[in-house]
Write a new protein. Structure first.
Length: 40
């Protein structure tokens, strides 16, 4: 994940295709969890 100085996320990459098996809500939870761990 890459975020700008005001917290706007510019880029997010997933090297695996496992995300394709997730439901939209599961994917959202993973993204939010990752952002919390990376930027807080």
């Amino acid at each position: 994940m890459t975020a700008g100085q005001h917290g706007l996320v510019w880029d997010g990459q997933c090297p695996l295709t496992a995300y394709r098996r997730l439901t939209p809500s599961e994917l959202a939870a993973v993204v939010l969890d990752t952002m919390t761990k990376e930027f807080v």
